[in-house]
Design a protein around this ligand. Structure first.
Ligand code: HXC
Length: 257
């Protein structure tokens, strides 16, 4: 499939999406949004794919929503067209998603990373929600996902001042899973993604659903969901195989992977 603003590639069981608008620091325009969502959904329904990586360039993961594209919009257009609405389809992907972030992840770029299950950052990464400097606020989940992930005080510091955090601060705050040297980012993310994609799909899907549930529900409801999902996995061949392989001291041969 040929896209205008992204590159896609399948490597083994991993689907790669590389944002590719170098002249605009990968600003998220509507074409890019549609293409990322289409590519992610295509990988998501493919049982040959067990992990999806989203990455950008060395300079920018993405410098935010495309300011030039949205500048002249009216409030009514934003509401009626649901201008950024398709991103919720990216967030709903069941396959584990990994953001491999180097350089700027600002505004919608930071929010796109936050929609992924893992955020692996190069030491060159900078995260921020600078929308306030443009007279707006985050609109793709920044205020909500950040507040849940790192607390309201740290979130307020980012959203009200518009300042950025480097990778080390972002890791300490809790929105970065791991920080890696920039020159090793893509190789190490490839290893991490392959390791995830080698796990059985039914358990991977249950795990991402449980993680989403943790963010979306009160604790008692989340614990009920987890218990049900855990029990349901005992109906899978992969659970029998995984536990038999442990007992027999051998590598599991998962069927659904
Ligand atoms: C459109 C952008 C862009 C953006 C950069 N560019 N960010 N175009 N939308 N978000 C373009 C620049 O206009 C420029 O094009 C080219 O990319 C290179 O950018 P420079 O500014 O020249 O690079 P540099 O000096 O290195 O500065 C990098 C930067 C700066 C600090 C990241 O570009 C910047 O501040 N960008 C905007 C960041 C931002 O405010 N993001 C939040 C957007 S609002 P030309 O043609 O001039 O060479 C948002 C809302 C999300 O994301 C909510 C959705 C509902």
């Amino acid at each position: 499939m040929t896209y205008e603003t992204i590159l896609t590639e399948t490597r083994g069981r991993v689907g790669w999406i590389t944002l590719n608008r170098p002249n605009a620091l990968n600003a998220l325009n509507t074409t890019l949004m549609s293409e990322v969502v289409e590519a992610a959904e295509a990988f998501d329904v493919d049982p040959g794919i067990g992990a999806i990586v989203v990455t950008g360039s060395a300079k920018a993961f993405a410098a935010g929503a495309d300011i030039k594209e949205m500048e002249a919009k009216t409030s009514v257009e934003m509401i009626v067209d649901d201008h950024f609405g398709a991103w919720s389809r990216f967030a709903a992907v069941r396959t584990p998603t990994i953001a491999a972030v180097a350089g700027y992840a600002l505004g919608g770029g930071c929010e796109l990373a936050l929609m992924c299950d893992l955020v692996i950052a190069a030491d060159s990464a900078r995260f921020g929600q600078p929308e306030i400097t443009l007279g707006v606020i985050p609109g793709m989940g920044g205020s909500q996902r950040l507040a849940r992930a790192i607390g309201s005080y740290k979130t307020a510091d980012l959203i009200l001042t518009g300042r950025t955090m480097d990778a080390a601060e972002a890791e300490r705050a809790g929105i970065v899973s791991r920080v890696l040297p920039a020159d090793r980012l893509l190789d190490e993310v490839a290893d991490i993604a392959e390791g995830i994609a080698a796990k059985p799909l039914p358990a991977l899907y249950a795990a991402t659903a449980a993680l989403d549930t943790a963010l979306e529900t009160p604790l008692a409801e989340g614990l009920r969901f987890e218990k049900q999902a855990f029990a349901a996995l005992f109906a899978t061949e992969d659970q029998k195989e995984g536990m038999a392989a442990f007992r027999e001291k051998r590598e599991p041969r998962f069927r659904h992977r």
